[in-house]
Design a binder for this molecule. Structure first.
Ligand code: SF4
Ligand SMILES: [Zn+2]
Length: 176
């Protein structure tokens, strides 16, 4: 009888450890996975932007291919960057349109540049559609992490079973 109680005790201890393991895993998903998905997505965006930065661009005036880091167009001397700095892009409106019409800062009324709302050139222009898409991708990345987390919560029994199987497998492997 005593042996039986000891066995039950050991089993309960094992189950307890497994529950702790699940809790730790959930914490890991919370603390590591979600920010990581977001940071990985941001990193890939940065890499993409860097790759685009070293790629060629097209001069808006003469339509010749130019290095996207070029400050002025080597063909027509058109100014491509603001203040002669390759890190400051100079956005230009196409045709008769104004940049402000499609700019985030005009839409949320946070811009106080004097050229607003008739800017044809601007260094701070941010396209509304592009920023919406970026926001959606960020939301998708964080909701994916939340889905994994809630799945683990809903299927704790299955996770526990898998952990037990894994532990058994490890024990079996270590004894052979
Ligand atoms: S940041 Fe530039 S493009 Fe955007 S609203 Fe202001 S002036 Fe217009
Ligand atoms: Zn040019």
């Amino acid at each position: 009888m005593n042996e039986c109680l000891e066995l039950v005790d050991e089993c309960l201890g094992l189950v307890n450890e497994c529950l702790n393991f699940i809790n730790e895993s959930l914490k890991l998903v919370d603390e590591y996975f979600v920010p990581n998905v977001v940071s990985e997505w941001l990193e890939s965006r940065c890499l993409l932007m860097n790759a685009q930065a070293v790629d060629t661009a097209t001069c808006p005036r003469c339509h010749q291919p130019v290095n996207s880091q070029a400050v002025t167009c080597p063909h027509c001397r058109n100014e491509l960057k603001a203040y002669g700095h390759p890190g400051i892009p100079l956005h230009r409106a196409a045709g008769k349109e104004y940049l402000c019409d499609t700019c985030t800062y005009h839409a949320d009324d946070t811009c106080n540049f004097p050229q607003r709302p008739f800017a044809k050139e601007c260094i701070l222009y941010q396209n509304i559609e592009e920023s919406k898409q970026e926001l959606q991708q960020q939301r998708y990345a964080s909701s994916f992490g939340a889905t994994v987390r809630s799945w683990m919560r809903r299927n704790q029994a299955l996770v526990l079973l898998l952990v037990l199987l894994f532990v058994c497998l490890m024990i079996a492997l270590s004894t052979t």
